[in-house]
Write a protein that binds this ligand. Structure first.
Ligand SMILES: Nc1ncnc2c1ncn2[C@@H]1O[C@H](COP(=O)(O)OP(=O)(O)OP(=O)(O)O)[C@@H](O)[C@H]1O
Ligand SMILES: [Mg+2]
Length: 182
């Protein structure tokens, strides 16, 4: 009888547990796949405009009466106006949730303002070439994703054509050169 019970547990319970694990994995995969296709099918709010070239950017930025509400209904910016002068270090300071990161998201055209205008060197940001604009803006937000891979690969995904020298320069600027293994 003892042998029978041991056999029963080994040969019946273990496969059931394994089936259960597979069921969990399928559920996880379905959830992730849903998010994945949401991203693929997303019709970005801000079109990829190939407009005015932003090659000779000076960086004079002016926000005029900018309102912005996130798609979920959270109003993040209300009637915001200010000027950022070129060749200066400008800091936005404010309480958590004040809208600092939101302003940065608008500047790189992840979102477009609901009303009001953002001017870049005197041109409406909405007419600027999105791709070129983003090549001219470096963005480090408080929550960042590190992809599994080497540090140099994580740096390179910002610019796939970067040479090893470019990566070393970027790493030195970010003070992580000592940890960089190519
Ligand atoms: N993706 C989002 N979807 C909906 N609401 C958001 C989103 N991101 C931010 N918010 C909301 O917009 C408002 C402004 O948030 P934002 O992240 O710009 O603030 P912040 O000034 O950068 O804050 P912190 O100092 O914490 O970084 C907050 O009320 C926040 O909850
Ligand atoms: Mg923030």
């Amino acid at each position: 009888m003892i042998l029978f019970h041991v056999m029963l547990f080994q040969n019946v319970a273990a496969p059931i547990r394994q089936l259960h694990r597979i069921y969990d994995q399928i559920n996880n995969a379905l959830t992730y796949a849903e998010g994945f296709f949401d991203i693929l099918e997303d019709e970005s709010q801000v079109e990829d405009i190939t407009g005015r070239s932003s090659k000779n950017l000076k960086g004079h930025i002016e926000l005029k009466n900018v309102d912005f509400t996130y798609p979920n209904g959270t109003q993040a910016l209300k009637d915001v106006s200010f000027t950022i002068k070129p060749n200066r270090i400008t800091a936005l300071v404010g309480l958590s949730g004040a809208g600092k990161s939101t302003i940065i998201s608008l500047l790189v055209k992840f979102y477009a303002p609901d009303s009001g205008t953002i001017w870049l060197d005197g041109h409406n940001l909405a007419d600027c070439d999105t791709h070129e604009l983003r090549q001219n803006i470096g963005l480090v937000l408080q929550s960042n994703h590190i992809f599994s891979g080497t540090i140099s690969e994580n740096i390179r995904y910002g610019d796939m054509n970067a040479t090893d020298e470019d990566i070393i320069i970027a790493a030195k600027k970010a003070s992580i050169h000592e940890q960089l293994f190519i």
